[in-house]
Design a protein around this ligand. Structure first.
Ligand code: SF4
Length: 259
């Protein structure tokens, strides 16, 4: 089976319940978020095409040292047969499986849950769930032929699925705090309202102005400070004191193993 995988990071903590993970970065994404710093892996380039057996070998050599395999990207749910195959491989070997997703493919997540192939889902919630904020935050690729309202409906379906299957899976909601896009306290109060019943850890991360960021304007934009993020956390906790909110930073130093 052929797959598009940009690389494998042998060992990372990934901030999931203290698990040590191998991270598999799927190439290709159906969005072009302007603040995304993974612009070099968002296309299904020929360079990333390989036999799935090579990826399995890269994963397997880390099994003595890790507890879990994290599938991220890019958007892993766009390659459903590959994701299911690799998740089944990891589970057969006794590993936990974690999947980071933008939430646009609820049917893929449903199938993974039905087949008991996923232990943790990290849902990247980019903005409040309304057309206006989503339009500013996401850029759906025209080749995928869906509108912002289609995406919104899919993400809401994903959240409804996760609420229904909450006992079956560990859940982290991840939101990148991005100046000019998703940074006002009103944005975070609206998202807090949307996720308050999911009993998830909500992780706030400052955006990274890396040279690989999608939109040039964000290369020149300063990331928000830790103090700013703590202020957002405080505002949300004042309204929803039971929420589990944590502040993290992206690790941009991870290097892929590409062999
Ligand atoms: S931030 Fe995530 S969903 Fe957005 S373009 Fe990057 S990989 Fe895709």
């Amino acid at each position: 089976m052929l797959c598009h995988v940009a690389g494998v990071v042998p060992i990372t903590t990934a901030d999931i319940d203290d698990l040590v993970c191998t991270a598999v970065f799927f190439a290709g994404c159906n969005f072009r978020c302007p603040f995304c710093f993974s612009s070099d892996i968002l296309d299904f380039k020929q360079d990333f095409s390989k036999d799935i057996r090579i990826v399995k070998q890269q994963i397997e050599r880390n099994f003595p040292f890790v507890d879990a395999v994290l599938f991220c990207g890019g958007e892993p749910t766009l390659q459903k047969p590959v994701l299911i195959n690799l998740a089944a491989f990891a589970k057969e070997k006794g590993m936990k499986v974690a999947i980071e997703t933008n939430g646009s493919k609820p049917n893929v997540l449903r199938e993974l849950l039905d087949k008991h192939l996923v232990d943790y889902i990290i849902l990247d919630l980019k903005s409040p769930l309304n057309t206006d904020n989503m339009t500013k935050t996401l850029r759906p690729l025209s080749t995928f032929f869906f509108t912002i309202d289609d995406i919104l409906a899919s993400i809401k379906e994903t959240m409804a699925l996760l609420k229904k299957r909450r006992d079956d899976v560990g859940l982290i909601i991840r939101t990148t705090v991005v100046p000019m896009l998703t940074y006002r306290k009103e944005h975070f109060l609206e998202m807090a309202y949307d996720i308050k019943d999911l009993d998830a850890v909500w992780e706030l991360r400052p955006f990274v102005n890396a040279s690989s960021v999608v939109s040039p304007r964000f290369k020149e934009t300063n990331p928000p400070s830790s103090e700013f993020l703590r202020g957002l956390k405080k505002v949300c906790l004042a309204e929803y004191p039971d929420m589990r909110i944590r502040i993290k930073r992206y690790d941009t130093d991870c290097n892929f193993c590409r062999d």
